[in-house]
Each structure stands twice: as structure tokens, then as C-alpha cells.
Design a protein around this ligand. Structure first.
Ligand SMILES: [Zn+2]
Length: 150
């Protein structure tokens, strides 16, 4: 969510609002900030965040997953959610499913967190260390995003 100024009373309002809560004027998105809209996703080491737009970060996540060679499941720009699956690896018969959550912390700044879970296949009752394996895959994807966003 971004703050814009009402074109009628100049009050700061959410760009998601339909009308200005101050004067009732309809919100028209005419901001000069479109000129500073980032065109590239970059990683900021100091803050451990990514700069860009949500779409750019989603695309960066997709690129990172493809770069590693995993299978992209879905990418949802609105939710900031990118999910993928890895192939069969040691100690894992069916790969892991991971999701990357892209959370907007302020305008054009995002934090990416990952979660992973083991895909259970039929007949697989016990697998060792599966939680850690899935988590490490999510971390690897984020590390690749950092590398690509340098
Ligand atoms: Zn207003």
C-alpha cells in the first residue's frame, strides 16, 4: 500500500482508497512518483531486503528458481507468493515443495522469506531430516535471488 495525496484537499491517503476520507473526492492515481518506480529488482545487503516493485521481485524469484533448475509451480503477483518444487534428492524420494513469500515492508522495499515442506509419496512413512532439507531449499532459492539482484 502506498500513500498518495488527495488531488482535492492534499491530505495523505491510501492509494487503495476509493474516495478521500477527508473530503470525499474520488481517488485518482496521478502521482509524479511513477517516475521513480524501480525498473529493476536489487538486493540490499545492509537491510536484507529487496528493492523494486512486487512484480519485479516475483520475477526475480521465478528467475532464481529457473536458474537453479527447479520446477516453478505458480507465481502470484498480488499475493507476492512464488511456489516451486525441487526434484528428487538425497534422503528425499519425492522432492520438496517450497514457497517464497514476498512481503512489502515499505514502498518499493520487500522482505522475502521461504518455507518448505516435504512432498510425501505413497509408502513413504519416515524420512530423516526432511524439514531441514525443505527449509534449506527455500534458503537456497533466496540466496540465488540475492545473487541475481546484486
Ligand atoms: Zn481529500
Amino acid at each position: 500500500m502506498a500513500l498518495i495525496n488527495c488531488t482535492e484537499c492534499n491530505r495523505e491517503i491510501s492509494d487503495k482508497a476509493q474516495t478521500c476520507p477527508g473530503c470525499g473526492a474520488p481517488v485518482v492515481f496521478v502521482s509524479e512518483e511513477s517516475t521513480n518506480t524501480p525498473t529493476k529488482a536489487t538486493y540490499n545487503r545492509n537491510t536484507d531486503t529487496f528493492s523494486g516493485t512486487k512484480l519485479l521481485i516475483v520475477k526475480l524469484a521465478m528467475k532464481a528458481i529457473q536458474e537453479i533448475g527447479w520446477k516453478l509451480d505458480q507465481a502470484n503477483e498480488n499475493l507476492g507468493l512464488v511456489t516451486f518444487q525441487t526434484g528428487v534428492t538425497w534422503g528425499s524420494w519425492s522432492g520438496v515443495s517450497c514457497s517464497l513469500n514476498i512481503e512489502e515492508i515499505k514502498e518499493f522495499e520487500f522482505r522475502v522469506t521461504g518455507t518448505g515442506k516435504q512432498n510425501l509419496s505413497g509408502g513413504q512413512l519416515i524420512a530423516l531430516n526432511i524439514g531441514n532439507e525443505a527449509q534449506s531449499k527455500a534458503r537456497k532459492a533466496i540466496d540465488m535471488m540475492k545473487e541475481l539482484g546484486k
